[in-house]
Design a protein around this ligand. Structure first.
Ligand SMILES: [Zn+2]
Length: 366
């Protein structure tokens, strides 16, 4: 029996001390099998850089997109503030590198060009006009306030910065931004999403960083219909969405593969648990994405598949996100991987699951 345990982890050291439970270990970075008698001299042969710090992109300004007149809404500022408070009190905090981006100069013309690489001119003009006129919503689910455009643009900047960082340094990053983006199509925002943040970042990677192939994994409980619509005719991109089905937005049937066959929908009935989710991630999603040999990987990291989530109907627990992240991190032969927050509406459970994701990125379980 082989256990897949990071060599740097406390678990590895514990197992090493208690050899009685071991026959051998397999290093999941270089995949060499290590016998107990060789533990002390073993050196990982992987040329992957070790991940000492995870870059996290967060701004207090993400709180400024707020439901009108103090009304309650699941997509609330507390989603990111609760997570930041949780991380600040976690042992993992010293392993996070908060990447600055909000105070860096940003060319408005360039940012607009990046947004328009995905969204139509008509949608952007309508959005600006509606917000200037004091509109309170985009649709029945998606509220607007006077700061919504500013905060949405800042969220896009966070995703762009993370993409540049992960590409240049071959290191993973996590975008702790809101509003989310994976339901926004080229022509309209919807489902709490205003701009298709991840799609804009992926297009930036291909148009400005020289990336040839992109793989996108979406593990939010809802189908990533917006991202799918952005890339269904782009053979440079493969997209997998794991989601509850049928469920909002009612798209994402397994039969929907897109005109080029570059989309894969993995559907779960309500009540499915983490073991089923992780199994299909490993056996179906990852092979489809890794066969594409992506130069960079994006993860729409939603946390509304958690059992405690008030909107979703699946039954994952925070530990499942450690396992899912560990699988993602070991699957592509490089660590140019950008994770970013999508859904997740139980504040405390989402915070815990994000912490588990960050542990998974660091290859450590604590
Ligand atoms: Zn969702």
């Amino acid at each position: 029996m082989f256990l897949f345990v990071p060599l740097s982890s406390p678990m590895f050291r514990l197992l090493k001390r208690n050899r009685i439970v071991l026959q051998s270990l397999k290093c999941y970075r270089c995949e060499l099998v290590v016998r107990p008698k060789n533990f002390s001299t073993f050196n990982c042969q992987s040329n992957l850089p070790s991940v000492e710090k995870v870059a996290v992109l967060y701004s207090d300004q993400f709180q400024l997109h707020q439901p009108p007149n103090g009304t309650r809404h699941p997509e609330c500022p507390g989603r990111v503030t609760t997570t930041m408070r949780h991380l600040e009190s976690s042992p993992i905090f010293s392993s996070l590198q908060l990447l600055p981006f909000e105070d860096e100069p940003c060319d408005d013309t360039w940012l607009k060009k990046r947004i328009l690489s995905i969204h139509s001119v008509g949608y952007l003009e309508d959005l600006e006009r509606w917000i200037n006129q004091g509109a309170k919503s985009l649709d029945a689910d998606t509220y607007l306030c006077d700061k919504s455009l500013e905060v949405s643009r800042l969220a896009v900047r966070a995703w762009l910065k993370a993409t540049q960082y992960s590409f240049e340094y071959s290191q993973p990053s996590f975008v702790l931004a809101r509003p989310p983006g994976h339901h926004a199509t080229p022509f309209t925002g919807m489902g709490f999403c205003i701009f298709s943040n991840l799609a804009i970042a992926a297009k930036y990677a291909m148009e400005e960083l020289g990336v040839s192939r992109v793989s996108i994994l979406d593990w939010d409980v809802h189908h990533g219909n917006g991202t799918a619509s952005c890339f269904q005719r782009d053979e440079r991109v493969r997209f997998v969405s794991l989601h509850q089905f049928p469920f909002y937005p009612m798209t994402g049937a397994p039969s929907e593969r897109g005109p080029l066959g570059n989309l894969l929908n993995i559907a779960f009935e309500a009540g499915a648990d983490g073991s089923e989710f992780v199994k299909r991630l490993e056996e179906e999603a990852i092979p489809f994405l890794s066969q594409h040999k992506p130069d960079i990987v994006f993860v729409s990291a939603g946390y509304d598949a958690l059992k405690m989530d008030p909107l979703g109907g699946l039954c994952l627990v925070p530990d499942d996100y450690f396992e899912m992240t560990r699988i993602v991190m070991s699957s592509f032969g490089h660590e140019r991987i950008v994770f970013g927050l999508e859904g997740g509406y139980h504040l405390e459970e989402t915070a815990k699951a994000i912490e588990k994701t960050l542990h998974g990125i660091l290859h450590r379980c604590i």
